[in-house]
Write a protein that binds this ligand. Structure first.
Ligand code: ZN
Length: 282
């Protein structure tokens, strides 16, 4: 095993469900655009790409065919071994089976696992019913897909402790601390320190700040030993008032910041070792 202690995993979140081309014209919509962005992010230093699907008009979608197309296109880049993380959410989430289907059929290395329900950005309910979380946890164990557990507040961390006891989640888990989504905890370093302090021992973790909190949370995460997530899903700006050109531009900055701190961006294979991903898709 190579020396991994100075390696940090960068995840690129390409489009999510919310940002549109009105927010930033670089937001990818079609499977071809999403796959192209995934490839560019890998070239820029991302080890994982976190994937949502959109219909051609940009509306969020959980249609299986779109996910299949995106995954096939990413895997068709023969020199690219980036780890794929498929979301299990999506705006106005559909029936449980539709959310789980792309994951169990396409078997990415990772999938997101949002460990609770919250009011989302003062607009809607981001619903993750206990019934859904139980089904998803068991279904992905069967196909050996690792959950990337997204936590937006402390209660979600404690939910995962319960699910580990029940066998619905298998330790050690990998957490993504997401701060700054209205309805969840705000993006302060104090909140980051607190959430990190209550993660179960032996967990791996990353963090990201939504919008304006993007930079301070990234810098604090680097200092605290965590892994990083950047991309247009979380933040459409490069600087205040200056739109990002692409998710790859944000990945390149994250890689540079790691290097300035004497660290390195992990390759996909190093990320597989760090996160305990036992199955390599390629
Ligand atoms: Zn997402």
């Amino acid at each position: 095993m190579s020396d991994l202690k100075n390696k940090r995993v960068i995840t690129a979140c390409l489009c999510g469900s919310w940002p549109t081309r009105a927010d930033n014209p670089a937001v990818p919509y079609t499977p071809a655009e999403i796959a192209e962005d995934a490839y560019e992010c890998w070239q820029a230093g991302a080890a994982i790409v976190h994937v949502h699907a959109r219909e051609a008009d940009g509306s969020p979608s959980i249609r299986y065919e779109l996910y299949e197309d995106i995954v096939n296109r990413i895997r068709a880049y023969k020199d690219c071994d980036v780890c794929i993380n498929i979301t299990s959410s999506g705006r106005e989430c559909g029936p449980d089976e539709e959310r789980i289907d792309p994951i169990v059929k396409l078997k990415p290395e990772l999938c997101s696992y949002d460990a609770g329900t919250l009011n989302w950005q003062h607009r809607t309910i981001f619903e993750n019913h206990p019934r859904f979380l139980e089904k998803l946890g068991l279904a992905i164990q069967e196909v050996n897909v690792k959950p990337e557990i997204e936590v937006f507040d402390a209660g979600m961390v404690y939910n995962t402790v319960y699910y580990m006891k029940k066998g619905i989640l298998k330790a050690p888990c990998h957490y993504q601390i997401v701060l700054g989504a209205a309805g969840g905890m705000t993006n302060t370093v104090e909140n980051l320190v607190y959430l990190k302090s209550i993660l179960p021992e032996g967990s791996t973790w990353a963090a990201c700040g939504i919008g304006a909190g993007h930079m301070p949370i990234m810098l604090a995460t680097i200092a605290m030993g965590g892994h990083l997530r950047v991309g247009l899903e979380d933040n459409v700006y490069y600087h205040k008032g200056v739109l990002a050109e692409s998710s790859a531009q944000l990945v390149a900055r994250a890689k540079r910041l790691l290097e300035e701190a004497g660290l390195e961006a992990a390759t996909p294979d190093e990320a597989r070792q760090i996160l305990g991903l036992t199955r390599k898709v390629f």
